[in-house]
Design a protein around this ligand. Structure first.
Ligand code: NOJ
Length: 474
């Protein structure tokens, strides 16, 4: 738990702090009974230094498993073999004193990188995938895939001249990672993984890829082109990184959608366990607008737990910080606090003391309280999901950008002669829109009271209002 589960010491069991393998099997069976699919987070690039494979690898330079990890002699000056940096800061190489060699860790020193060039490693990782697929999981979210292939010559990464705020030789962002990641065998390896999925029926994986290309969209597209898109698709993280401005989002979504070929599944998201929460980034009201966007775009939508309630980042005092990445910033703990179930102590999450403190807004922002309030964020998500589940247009319809406004993002979803128009007010002011020929009904709105209203030629969106309009046709 040095990196909260991303340091695996056994790929084929459940950590007792979470339960047992039987619990996991029950979870999958019960989820399937309710038509819920289960994806596991799979970590192929590194293990824990406590994994028996690494313990054996480290035990001696002549160990059978030495080559399962990436070991190198020191540079001529006795320092690390090259200048590669850990994502969490500092050299990516750790000296192992007894052998005098360094091992590579693209993340923490407690997370040594596996050597994917080694056939036996690849075999072992594929059987770990099968272990879970045999137990019925529907696929994987695949961690940190870019690191699965590195430069064969281990050349130094060049300095990033634009990274002016980064501490040279320490901050990961001080270098351009052209050699330490995204190597020549990356897609070959992802294809090996999808070939395992193909041994089963209806399995899928979503890759965590962070392209370093200036144009992120081209970067994401490589993952559709390089791997069978019916079996794998990359997260598109721009929903997290872009500034909350209608033209910025419009440009990104329009370009991305235009590049989607038949069979490509866009994977949109506005939050995850590594980034500040959407309600904190853009504010409570705009976070609801983002929900309308997320759940009316084509493809798969990923909702981070608590987003549906409007949960915020929590300030974590120094003595309570758990995240090893909490060097300069507050780390990632603020977005990882306990789920807010009710207004009971500890938000109903536990009767024990949780690892991280519960947000002090839990009396208001929790499942129990919000369920009873039709205007709550939770009920907005429920209406959106209910609508999305029964809407063939949202599931199969095309995406088309419509009129550009400065503060309103607008697009159309269409299937046959059925049309949905989505209008999202990104500003804190009302927006009066005149849309000639538009006749329709608001089927979902961030503002509950507007649902059911008919629209005829014009409408005024309230501040941060997002609406889905069922367009009338004759
Ligand atoms: C990406 C995960 O999302 C993050 O939480 C983790 O620290 C790194 N990969 C390393 O596995």
């Amino acid at each position: 738990m040095a990196d909260f589960g991303y340091d695996v010491s056994n790929y084929t069991d459940v950590d007792p702090i979470f339960g047992t393998l039987e619990d996991m099997e029950t979870l999958v069976v019960e989820a399937h009974k309710r038509s819920i699919k289960v994806l596991l987070d799979f970590v192929p690039n590194h293990t824990s230094d406590e994994h028996p494979w690494f313990i054996e690898s480290r035990s001696s330079p002549t160990s059978d498993k030495r080559d399962w990890y990436i070991w190198r002699d020191p540079a001529a000056d006795g320092g690390p073999p090259n200048n590669w940096l850990s994502v969490f800061g500092g050299s990516a190489w750790q000296l192992d004193e007894p052998s005098g060699q360094y091992y590579l860790h693209s993340f923490l020193a407690k997370q040594p990188d596996l050597n994917w060039d080694n056939d036996t490693v690849r075999k072992a990782m594929k059987s770990a995938m099968r272990f879970w697929l045999d137990r019925g999981v529907d696929g994987f979210r695949v961690d940190a895939v870019d690191w699965m292939s590195k430069d064969a010559a281990f050349r130094d990464d060049p300095v990033d001249e634009n990274a002016i705020d980064a501490v040279p030789g320490y901050d990961h962002s001080s270098l351009r990672h052209v050699y330490s990641r995204d190597g020549p065998h990356l897609f070959e390896r992802l294809n090996e993984m999808t070939s395992v999925l193909e041994e089963y029926k209806d399995r899928f994986m979503i890759t965590e890829a962070h392209p370093e290309t200036d144009d992120k969209i081209t970067g994401y597209l490589r993952y559709y082109q390089g791997v069978n898109p019916h079996l794998s698709a990359p997260f598109n993280f721009q929903g997290i990184y872009l500034p909350w401005k209608a033209p910025e989002f419009g440009r990104f979504i329009d370009t991305f959608q235009a590049a989607m070929k038949p069979g490509y599944v866009p994977i949109y998201t506005v939050g995850n366990h590594d980034e500040s929460r959407i309600a904190t980034r853009v504010g409570n009201a705009a976070a609801r607008t983002a929900a309308v966007m997320l759940l009316t775009l084509p493809g798969m939508a990923f909702i981070y737990y608590g987003e549906e309630l409007g949960m915020h980042d929590v300030d974590i005092s120094q003595d309570k910080i758990r995240d090893p990445f909490a060097g300069k910033q507050n780390g990632r703990d603020p977005e990882r606090t306990p789920m807010q179930w009710s207004n009971a102590p500890q938000a109903g999450f536990t009767t024990a003391t949780p690892w991280l403190p519960v947000s002090d807004d839990y009396k208001r922002i929790n499942v129990h309280t919000e369920a009873a309030d039709p205007s709550s964020s939770l009920n907005l998500y429920k209406r959106l999901l209910r609508f999305r589940n029964q809407s063939r247009v949202l599931r199969y319809g095309s995406y088309k950008p419509v009129t550009k406004y400065e503060h309103v993002l607008s697009y159309e979803r269409r299937l046959g002669n059925e049309i949905l128009l989505v209008l999202l007010n990104f500003s804190d002011l009302n927006q009066k829109l005149v849309i000639n020929d538009l006749e329709g009904t608001i089927v979902v709105s961030t503002h509950f009271e507007d649902e059911g209203a008919t629209v005829n030629g014009h409408l005024t969106l309230q501040a941060n209002e997002g609406v889905v309009i069922q367009v009338s046709h004759d």
